[in-house]
Design a protein around this ligand. Structure first.
Ligand code: FAD
Length: 520
């Protein structure tokens, strides 16, 4: 992906895009992918980096949602299980088939979770990832060596998908770019353009890096801005009612040794009636999440102390070695773009996780709600509106069959897996120029070559883009990320032809940001 080349397309006189997508998170990328699969021309603009918002802050599950099954949201679970299977098929380099174990303490729990998960297996049909089954106390303790033993009767194992959310977003963005889509990060929509009948006809854009301004024309504009959707809706109609209720979820990242083994732990009922996961991810353990209503949409939401205490308290009841604040390597928060409830209910877990496509009077199409797992189907449902808006017949969607950039059936092991087929190309660079093989940090495997790769090929523009969303270290170990930053800034400055002033500003910005990921 070449940002300069893509921006040139914004300057083409008389160019009319079929679809302009606002937002480079899971929802916007799903729309772009589906539209390109039907032969439409697509521009996607993202005001920060791809997946800077909620889409890099998930629990990392590609799942049908066992919890939604318990809540009786059968249609959502069917849809999500189908999409789960497709993501695992189309991105084997970014996904894992992850076994989860629910610890069992009563006969009733054994009965209900065994039945419930059999139904979950059956609903996945031929896209099932493995059979659920009850396992003995001995097997549970062998597979989850750090689980508390008192009262434990056994466990129920089931399978779901696990993924690298930000790298999947990048991989889809690169797939779209290869299919002819014009993908631009750090390009903010500052206003909507309308014709004399008040119908949306395009966008006003501002480059967040050099402040250049652009105007583009499109037949259909899609608002896929997650928790920011109301800001765009208010550009369309200043008195538009609130449609989004942000709900915050935080995660704590610990050393994997706190759980031991390769299986994930699922706690089906916490003291606030939610589920809590402890999931092995990139050699660490991700613990979460919470569900806290927030008023404001923010790209960097603040972690609340009571959320941290809640997760640590819940973990303490299940793990033999209770993690404490000082064991936390990183903490991150994300905002769920839930559809605002009709009558002001405050219980977010009762707000449906299914998505909604809304078309305003001026034909602004907004896609809200949903989950990462269903991003492609959300895109398909949104692009279906194109025929109604433009009166043009569209071919059926073909996005379910598209393999994502880097696809390979046999990805390499360890951190190289996430690059898929590109891993060997990066390793070729290291062979040609051995200094690129130097590690960015003695405790982690990431190399200088990856920084160069991400800057040249993956549109990384800032130090944060590399450390947070290309190699994920900010979310794995925030202190180590700060230690790596000077090397990353130096390499990026060379690649992007930036001066010392740029480097100093980048380092200061990154340090300020990374401090928010460290628990004091
Ligand atoms: C704590 C938590 C855990 C979750 N776990 C899971 C999980 O395990 N599995 C799962 O399937 N789902 C999960 N989800 C849900 C999933 O992460 C979200 O549904 C999904 O990421 C939302 O994507 P989005 O594109 O709608 O929003 P975002 O990712 O927030 O993207 C919107 C983008 O729009 C951009 N934008 C805003 N305004 C403008 C503008 N004016 N111009 C240009 N760009 C703009 C923003 O910068 C942002 O990048 C979780 C959510 C949370 C909060």
């Amino acid at each position: 992906m070449d940002r300069i080349k893509n921006i040139k397309q914004l300057e083409e006189k008389g160019k009319v895009w079929d679809i302009a997508v606002i937002g480079g998170g899971a929802s916007g990328l799903g729309v772009a992918l589906d539209a390109l699969s039907r032969g439409l021309s697509v521009l996607l603009v993202e005001k920060a980096d791809f997946a800077k918002g909620t889409s890099s802050r998930s629990t990392k599950l590609v799942h049908g949602g066992v919890r939604y099954l318990a809540q009786g949201d059968i249609a959502l679970v069917f849809e999500a299980l189908k999409e789960r299977g497709r993501i695992l098929q189309n991105a084997p380099h970014l996904t894992y088939n992850q076994p989860f174990i629910i610890p069992i303490y009563t006969l009733f729990d054994r009965f209900r979770y065994s039945i419930g998960l059999k139904i979950y297996d059956w609903m996945a049909g031929r896209l099932r990832l493995g059979k659920s089954r009850f396992i003995s106390r001995e097997e549970t303790l062998m597979r989850l060596p750090k689980i508390k033993k008192e009262g434990l009767k056994g466990g129920v194992v089931y399978h779901d998908g696990q993924f690298d959310d930000a790298r999947l977003a990048l991989s889809v963005a690169m797939t779209c770019d290869e299919m002819g889509g014009c993908m631009v990060n750090y390009m903010k929509v500052t206003n909507l353009l309308k014709d004399q009948n008040g119908q949306i006809k395009g966008l006003k854009l501002r480059d967040e890096l050099d402040h250049s301004k652009y105007k583009i024309v499109a037949k259909m504009v899609v608002n896929a801005t997650g928790v920011f959707a109301d800001k765009i809706l208010q550009m369309d109609q200043p008195d538009a009612p609130k449609s989004i209720q942000p709900s915050q979820g935080i995660h704590l990242v610990l050393d994997q040794g706190f759980l031991g083994g390769k299986d994930a732990l699922m706690i089906p009922k916490t003291s606030d009636g939610r589920v809590l996961f402890a999931v092995p991810w990139l050699d660490k353990l991700v613990l979460g999440t919470t569900d806290t209503l927030r008023e404001k949409a923010k790209l960097e939401p603040e972690v609340l102390s009571r959320e941290v205490e809640f997760i640590l308290d819940t973990a303490k009841d299940y793990l033999s070695e209770a993690p404490t604040r000082k064991d936390v390597k990183a903490v991150f928060a994300g905002l769920r773009p839930l559809a605002a409830p009709k009558e002001g209910s405050t219980k977010t877990k009762e707000i449906s996780r299914s998505h909604k496509v809304i078309v305003s009077k001026s034909k602004l199409v907004s896609i809200t709600g949903g989950k990462w797992t269903t991003f492609r189907k959300m895109g398909e449902d949104t692009v279906n509106e194109f025929s109604r808006i433009t009166g043009t017949q569209l071919p059926p969607s073909n996005s379910a069959q598209i393999r994502y950039h880097g696809f390979t059936q046999s990805p390499q092991k360890g951190h190289w897996k996430g690059y898929g087929a590109n891993a060997s190309l990066i390793q070729e660079w290291i062979k040609d120029k051995p200094e690129l093989g130097q590690k960015l940090h003695p405790a982690y495997p990431f190399t200088m070559a990856e920084v160069v790769w991400s800057t040249r090929k993956e549109m990384a523009m800032k130090v944060e883009d590399i450390l947070s969303r290309r190699i994920r270290i900010l979310l794995l170990d925030a202190r180590a990320a700060i230690e790596m930053a000077p090397k990353v800034a130096g390499l990026m400055a060379q690649e992007l032809k930036k001066d010392e002033k740029w480097k100093a500003a980048e380092l200061e910005d990154f340090k300020k940001l990374a401090n928010k990921y460290i628990l004091k």
